[in-house]
Structure formats: structure tokens, C-alpha cells
Design a protein around this ligand. Sequence first.
Ligand code: HEM
Length: 528
Amino acid sequence: QKRHEIQKFLHVRRICIQEFDKVKGPPAVPIFGTTWYFKSDPVEMIKQAQQWFVEYTIAPDSNGLLKFWMGPVPVVSICRGEIAKPVFDSSTNITKSSQYRKLKEWIGDGLLISTGPKWRSRRKMLTQTFHFAVLKEYHKTFASQGKILVDVLRLRANNTYSFDIMPYIKRCTLDIICGEYEMVLFQDRGPKTSETAMGCSISSQMGSNDKYVESVKRLSELVWNYEKAPLYWLKPIWYLFGNGFEFDRLVKLTTDFTRDVIDKRKEELKLHESEPSDKKLAFLDYLLKSQKDHPEILTDEGIREEVDTFMFEGHDTTSSGITFAIWFLGQYPEYQQRVQDEMDEIFGDDYDRHPNSEDIQRMVYLEQCIKETLRLTPPVPFISRQLEEDVLIRKDYNRAKFLKLDFLAHPTKSPVLLPAGMNIMINIITIMKDARYFERPYEFFPEHFEPERVNAREAFAYVPFSAGPRNCIGQKFALLEEKVVLSWIFRNFTVTSMTKYPEELPIPELILKPQFGTQVLLKNRRKF
Ligand code: HEM
């Protein structure tokens, strides 16, 4: 049996390498342990990657693909939307690549990483918890946590020295992702939005649960260090020179925390079992209810994996998105003024009113700025898959569709086969800087998202939340959250950023992050 598996693995690998050799990429020999031929300094690494993209994927004779070795693994990176589309759209090619394996030891085989029937059934189940009616309930949590954020930031306003705003945003988004469930469960006793979903208070904005917050941050760094340095993939080296013991300790700390809050929530549910409710359930309560009905499908550990997945994916991404939006608007006073004018139109000089659904709908220009930020600095800059079936990139791929665009100037020279078993990386960050779709690809220009420009563009040109069946389940949640939190900030403060894009480039950890924090000055708009 084992022999057969090894033979099959070697056969698939041989085919992958054969096809891999036909793709263009930097000349490199697969020496085990090099950091995928990237430089180890993060900024140098980004510059090197950018140079490769220009050289191999934007060049006139390019087919939009770039190959590189990630240690012993050949990887093909897809850098154009139309080429990524068949992978996005496929309901078979949904399996994540082995690059997620360290993350899996932490957040488990939850929605982000699982595949096959397990993923399908969970996705179906959890989609309901992001239903429009549930999202509407979340507004109140976004609003009250946004208000706490503004109150805390007020202490840093009108100072002459700058500070890093990112940790504040991070604590706010963590409180939000934990807080929403409380509101749903305690609906008839009024929202208790500053507490967690899981029955115990996170209140990280008020300085609680620092250990959990710090652990999540450090774990992200450790997972990224592991992924980019294939030498760490050897267990003894990961433990001896690397960070194995620290990783294990932090995984235990965070997962114990989650288990504890789930247990507390279970107790709460038991207490309120008899109270009737016709409200839609948020995902933790929904999971607990489903477990009660079908204990054979959803184990305690299954719930823990989903909670950890949502806690991580649901706060780290939005905190980067919000921080980058503040950073960009702080660099462009003219765009910031337009956002503030919009806020004044909606709220007048009432700086304390919580935004409601109608207010949020009216934040049109702010939404354009958020989308433009996600385009330039997408929190998830690339995603990886291991192909389950062949993908053929044809010579004349969608040729007719592109006749009006300058696609013909960049035809694919020869068909390329990405065979089943191949590791691919979809380069979201590069796809969204395609000059065929964005007139100022490397500039912050919110007008890219004016309705007529959006309507004229192919959908796959803008994919910050991925696309197709494995797209981001929380995208509507994220956009709403960003709008509410940013509206609080720009209603109350004028922001000046101390650094500029692209002189300072964000770095890709698990999630794209500012390299040295985001130093800003805040000025109160309100007279006290
Ligand atoms: C600006 C914020 C966000 C961005 C840019 C973002 C982006 C993405 C992307 C690109 C993926 C695909 C990942 C992959 O294929 O490897 C993804 C998946 C996912 N996201 Fe988000 N996300 C954001 C916010 C959120 C929020 C707020 C939640 C939860 C409340 C969330 C939960 C998830 C989950 C569970 C998945 C896995 C879905 C699946 O595979 O079925 N995300 N996200």
C-alpha cells in the first residue's frame, strides 16, 4: 500500500515538474532550505517579487504565469485574473495546498482549510449565519465597538507626536468578532455588545485578555516564518533552531481559551433553553444548536476548529483592511475631506450617534475608498491550492472577450497545462494591479470604484475576497464592519499619516501588514 502511494506521488511529481519547466520564472536550483529563493529581509523580498512579476508576467510575451521553487515544492503563481478564473470557478479545485499545514495545527480543519464533503457541509451550514438578517443585527456591535475605539483614541488626539494606530484597530476588530453572538443570544434582554459571543468577556479594547491577543499576533508571525523557510519543515530544526516549543505553547493557550469560552456558552444556552426565539442565530450558537440535533456530525473539537478559524480570519483581515484605509486617507487630504463631507452630510454635527442601516448605505464614497484600499493592499495577498484536476490555459483563452482590450497585445504564446497535483498560488495582489483594468494601477485612486468604471470591468479583475465557491464567507460582514468603524474615525478625527505608499511597502505575513506599524497624528474635529 505504502509503496503504491509513494509511486503515485513520484509519478504526479514528475508530471508536475515536466509542466512546471515550461513556465517562465527566475532561474533557480531547488536547494532545500532556501526561502523559496526570496530574500529573507521582508522589504527586499517584496522588491524582488515585484521585479519578477514585471519581468515574467507583465512582459508582452508572458502568459501571466510565474514559476518558483518553494524549497522542494514547485509552485506556479497565477498573476492574471482571466487565468485564475477557471480555478476560482471550479467546484473541484477547492483543496488548499500543503502551505496551510502549520496554520492547520492551530486553527484546525475548519472552514478555511478543510476540503471535500466536510467543507461542503460546513460551508452550507455556516452560510446561513451570514444571512442579511443576521448581518443587520451585527451593525449594533460594530457601532458600539467603534464608539469605544473613538473614546480610547481620543486620548491620543491633538498630540504633536505620532503613534501606531494598528494595535488599537486590532483590539477593536477582535472585540467585534467576539461580540456579535452575545447580542443575538441575549436579544430579549437587550444587546450586551461589549462581551464575547462565547459567554466570557473579551473587552480587549479595555485592556483585558492581553495574553490571547498577543498570542494570536505571535502565532501569525511564527506560521509565516515556518512557511517561508523550508528548513523549518524538518521537525528537529523547527524545534532546535526555530520556534517549535513557543508555537506549541501558544497553540495550547489560544485553543484552551476557545474551548473555555465554548463551554461557557454551552452553559448559557442551557440556562436560556426554554426562552422562545425566532431570531436568526449567529454561527457559534448555530453550531451548538446543530451539535445538539446531530452530535454525530459535529464534535466538540469540530466546533473549536470553526471558532478558532472565525476568530482568526474574522479579525486579523479586517484590522489590516481598516488600518490601511486610515493610512491611505491620511496620505491624501483631498480624499479624506470628501469622506468627512459625506459623514457630515449623514450625521451633521452629532459626533456620538450610532450609525444605523440607512446611514451605512449612504456611505458611498467611503466604500469606494475601502475597496480601493483592498485593491492596493489586500489583507490576503495570495491564496494557494493543490489542483485536483488539470487546468489547461489555452492559447486563445477567452480571446474574443478581450478583443476590445489590449489582451491581444499580450497573447499566451503556447497552451500551458497545470496538471492535477500541482501547487498553485493565486496572486491576488498582482491580479488587482492590472493596467488593463485600473488606469492608475499603483496609485490610491478611489475613483476606480465609481459605478460606471466598476460596471465596465471584468469581475475577476477585482478579487480581494477570492471568488467562486471558496470565496470569503465573511466579505459582507467585513465591508460593513470597515464602513462603521472608519465612519466613527473620520467623523471624529482628521488623520495625518507619517509614512507614504509606495515608499513604505506593507509586508506579507499570513495577512498583509504594515512593516513598521502605522504612525499617524490625530486631530479632533469636534470642539470640546
Ligand atoms: C477585509 C477583510 C477580509 C478579507 C480581505 C478576506 C479575504 C479572504 C480570502 C481571500 C479568502 C480565501 C482564502 C483562501 O482561499 O485561502 C477568505 C476566506 C475566508 N474568510 Fe475572509 N476575508 C476577510 C474577512 C473575513 C471575515 C470578517 C470573516 C469572518 C467573519 C472571514 C472568514 C473567512 C472564512 C471562514 C474563509 C474560508 C471560507 C471557505 O473556504 O469556505 N473573512 N477570506
